[in-house]
Write a protein that binds this ligand. Structure first.
Ligand SMILES: Cc1cc2nc3c(=O)[nH]c(=O)nc-3n(C[C@H](O)[C@H](O)[C@H](O)COP(=O)(O)OP(=O)(O)OC[C@H]3O[C@@H](n4cnc5c(N)ncnc54)[C@H](O)[C@@H]3O)c2cc1C
Length: 343
């Protein structure tokens, strides 16, 4: 009989990230599909009681914890020891965890120490004739593979946005704390601070409802024969700030940005497409972008797609978008900003 362990790290404020609730939902669904497999939750963090209370009614058989100052921040050596201890105590056959930089770093090593195997970027889990199968994408989301393994324990890092987050009442959770001893060598690695970009420079927002994509048209000569780069910069920044949208870009625009100060807050991290990212948002709006295949392949997981382009024959019109507005994006976004400013 399979036994499932769901792992989660707490955030700085002691809460669980959304991705952890999504993985919890995945674990509960899997437990039910396996005919009622036992689920144990393993929490790692500084103080984990609030996180445990938030999932008190999820139906897990037990909640194990590894907590304290040594486990408050991401560190390969202590995180690996924590996972090893949780696996030893729960003796699971399947271990699920959300894809975070922290788990992505420590879980492959922990799987090795536990003589297990690991699958990263899991995008689906299914039980077929009693056997667990997972899916993941390869070659920039162009090929999907279905995998199964006989080796146990089997670690699965679940991509965010795949499962709905678990929602249930909070309560008073009874937890079992595990003692994990950290050596001095382990403590040599310390987090001494966190550097984050200013809030106006933070343009990539994975949780945003809208993906706003800027294309190279923003920095090209407009109908008056002039460049309007400063105006483009202001319009884009104002729109993503007020709408709380996440900012994506075509490759052409970010390539130009690295060659000179074109759109100052744009970097290769914003690039969407075959050689960029494949973000997940409910809606997407492309502006001044031609909608070529290497770009639109990155829109695979955007549910509702709209585009604004001056070219009625652009790629978006060839079935890549649900709605194409043949219009001047400078005018449309200026109007949208006006409406946003007026609430
Ligand atoms: C191997 C390979 C990998 C690639 N990977 C990627 C990738 O990951 N991501 C990616 O984006 N591209 C990628 N590309 C490049 C891709 O093929 C296109 O060249 C690129 O996406 C074009 O960018 P664009 O649409 O912004 O620019 P353009 O093709 O220059 O289009 C600009 C558009 O803006 C419109 N426009 C101009 N002014 C206005 C206005 N005022 N209002 C409205 N519309 C206006 C124009 O009509 C035009 O349609 C890749 C290419 C290759 C060969």
């Amino acid at each position: 009989m399979d036994k499932i362990l769901l792992l989660a790290h707490t955030q700085d404020d002691g809460s669980l990230p959304k991705a952890a609730y999504e993985s919890l939902n995945a674990a509960l669904t899997l437990a039910a599909d396996l005919g009622g497999a036992a689920l144990t939750v393993g929490l790692i963090g500084g103080d984990v009681q609030a996180a445990a209370d938030s999932i008190a009614t999820c139906g897990a058989a037990s909640i194990l914890t590894v907590s304290g100052e040594d486990f408050a921040t991401s560190r390969y050596s202590s995180d690996t020891l924590a996972v090893e201890a949780l696996v030893k105590e729960a003796a699971p056959t399947l271990i699920l965890a959300p894809t975070s930089s922290r788990f992505s770093r420590c879980l492959p090593g922990a799987a090795y120490r536990c003589d297990g195997r690991i699958e990263t970027h899991v995008a689906a889990i299914e039980v077929v004739a009693g056997a667990v199968q997972v899916q993941r994408w390869y070659y920039r989301q162009r090929m999907v593979a279905t995998l199964s393994r006989v080796q146990r324990p089997w670690f699965l890092l679940i991509d965010s946005g795949v499962f709905e987050p678990w929602q249930g009442a909070a309560g008073s959770a009874v937890t079992q704390a595990l003692e994990v001893v950290i050596g001095e060598t382990c403590r040599r690695t310390k987090v001494i601070g966190v550097q984050t970009p200013g809030s106006d420079a933070q343009t990539i927002r994975p949780e945003a409802k809208l993906l706003f994509v800027a294309g190279a048209g923003w920095v090209k000569k407009q109908t008056d024969g002039q460049l309007h780069i400063k105006q483009a910069e202001e319009l884009i920044l104002s729109f993503i700030t007020d709408s709380k949208a996440s900012l994506g870009s075509s490759k052409s625009l970010v390539d130009q940005s690295s060659e000179g100060e074109v759109i100052s807050f744009m970097s290769h991290l914003n690039q969407v497409g075959q050689t960029g990212s494949t973000p997940r948002h409910p809606k997407g709006l492309a502006t001044c972008c031609h909608g070529e295949e290497p770009h639109t392949v990155g829109w695979r997981f955007i549910n509702e797609r709209r585009a604004i382009s001056l070219d009625p024959n652009c790629g978006w019109a060839q079935g890549k978008a649900d709605v194409l507005y043949v219009a001047d994006a400078f005018e449309v976004i200026a109007k949208a900003n006006e409406l946003l400013a007026n609430g």
